[in-house]
Design a protein around this ligand. Structure first.
Ligand code: ADP
Ligand code: MG
Length: 420
């Protein structure tokens, strides 16, 4: 069945209870139902899952969904099962299953009951699994978090590189790749490595009009500056990112002795403490979380009012993700980064222990962060340009929402000329 034969609005309502598609979902779904290779780039929370879930549910055969994290797959499978009376409608195939469970999964797929089969890339490379999948009807293959295929992404997974080879063995199947990573380099890598340069690409805007971007020079007074900032935002929720666990502890302590309710969060704390601190933040028992990048994945607190980077991040991609946790509800979100070249050198030193190829990529990504911090042009324009998006401050939403636009830096060169 192609996109003309399925009433996708009806199916949307029937399965998901939504009466409207979000953003580009409808076009994406039509493209996939017409059996075209399809590439979707949407920010986190954009609604990417539905782009393959709906076509899977409405077509014959089983859709294979490749996803990097077992926890993520389990959540999705549970969510799909809750939409149906049949448990077998969605399954995970991975190494943790018992023999009996595997037999059941295979039975459900063979009988046509299973519409979505979630697999980790390493399970898909297993010969036994490939041989089985060759014998059943597959509708299409979805590659979620497709940036994992690229060394220029933030989460490179070598097993993603084998996917194309395996998919080809399963027949001539349409592929849908999905990611929230918008840099042109990563996109190019995805299309090349999945051998789908013919894909129809759907890219949503990454502009977050309600976020205000600001960079301040980091001096020895950074801590009192942060305290002043937080006191100006009294009672509001915020996240402060630091590079090291030690710094996290130190800043959290400084805030506490200055009467700010703050807790630390990093991977060095035991799981119980981490969970407690996260809950305290979500329940608003504390205003501020001071954290390493370990904090934030999957955190959906709508009213985070500021995100402060005490230390600059290692890429603009990370910066965008981390600042993206502010203002989810569309309200105020102040994104403040402290910048000093010493921190850049520190990050470079961290990287110097890594393999050369990795180092080169790391340096290049870091140079973009430096350029962002030092630019006198609109931060929003700069960020969006990095993601391959042209932004016009005069007409675009949020065009005046950054420090460089509000307070243009005095152009010294230009002034010199005037004086002469
Ligand atoms: P992504 O994978 O792009 O980060 P998800 O697929 O997890 O995003 O979806 C984010 C949220 O948007 C989910 O809570 C989902 O239920 C919701 N959502 C998706 N599509 C729609 C829609 N058409 N209408 C309303 N909510 C939607
Ligand atoms: Mg997703």
């Amino acid at each position: 069945m192609n996109s003309n034969e399925i009433d996708i609005h009806k199916e949307l309502k029937k399965y998901f209870g939504f009466s409207q598609f979000k953003g580009l979902q409808e076009q994406v779904i039509k493209s996939l139902l017409d059996r075209q290779n399809t590439f979707v780039i949407m920010p986190t929370g954009g609604g990417k899952s539905l782009c393959y879930q709906l076509p899977a549910l409405t077509q014959d055969g089983t859709a294979i969904v490749v996803s990097p994290l077992i926890a993520l797959m389990k959540n999705q499978v549970d969510a799909i099962r809750s939409l149906s009376s049949e448990n077998g409608i969605a399954h995970v195939l991975n190494s943790s299953l018992t023999k009996t469970e595997i037999t059941q999964v295979k039975k459900d797929i063979t009988s046509g009951l299973t519409k979505l089969l979630y697999v980790a890339p390493e399970s898909l490379t297993k010969e036994e699994n490939v041989n089985f999948l060759k014998t059943v009807k597959i509708s299409f293959v979805a590659i979620d978090e497709a940036h994992c295929i690229s060394e220029w992404g933030h989460d490179f997974r070598p097993e993603y590189r084998n996917l194309k080879h395996i998919i080809k063995q399963l027949g001539d199947l349409p592929i849908i790749g999905l990611t929230a990573t918008a840099t042109p380099k990563v996109q190019e890598d995805i299309l090349k490595n999945l051998d789908m340069c013919d894909a129809t690409t759907f890219k949503a805007s990454f502009n977050r009009p309600n976020l205000y971007y600001e960079v301040r020079t980091k001096t020895k007074n950074v801590e009192s500056d942060i305290i002043r900032f937080i006191k100006q935002h009294k009672g509001k929720s915020g996240i402060i990112y630091c590079l090291s666990r030690k710094k996290v502890e130190a800043i959290a302590h400084v805030l506490q002795v200055n009467g700010i309710s703050a807790v630390p969060y990093h991977a060095g704390l035991d799981a119980k403490t981490r969970a407690r601190h996260q809950d305290m933040f979500l329940m608003e028992d504390v205003d501020v979380v001071v954290a390493t990048i370990a904090f934030g994945m999957g955190i959906d607190k709508p009213d985070v009012r500021f995100v402060i980077h005490h230390d600059i991040p290692k890429s603009l991609e990370s910066y965008y993700q981390e600042t993206g946790r502010a203002g989810r509800d569309g309200g105020e979100g102040h994104c403040l980064a402290y910048y000093s070249y010493k921190d850049v050198e520190k990050l470079e030193k961290f990287m110097s222990g890594k393999p050369v190829a990795e180092q080169e990529i790391g340096f290049a990504l870091l140079q973009e962060v430096v350029a962002y911090a030092e630019t006198s042009m609109s931060r929003r324009k700069f960020l969006l340009h990095y993601f391959g998006e042209e932004f016009d401050n005069a007409t675009g939403e949020g065009g005046d929402m950054d420090d460089n636009v509000r307070n243009p830096k005095v152009k010294i060169e230009a002034q010199d000329q005037v004086v002469k």
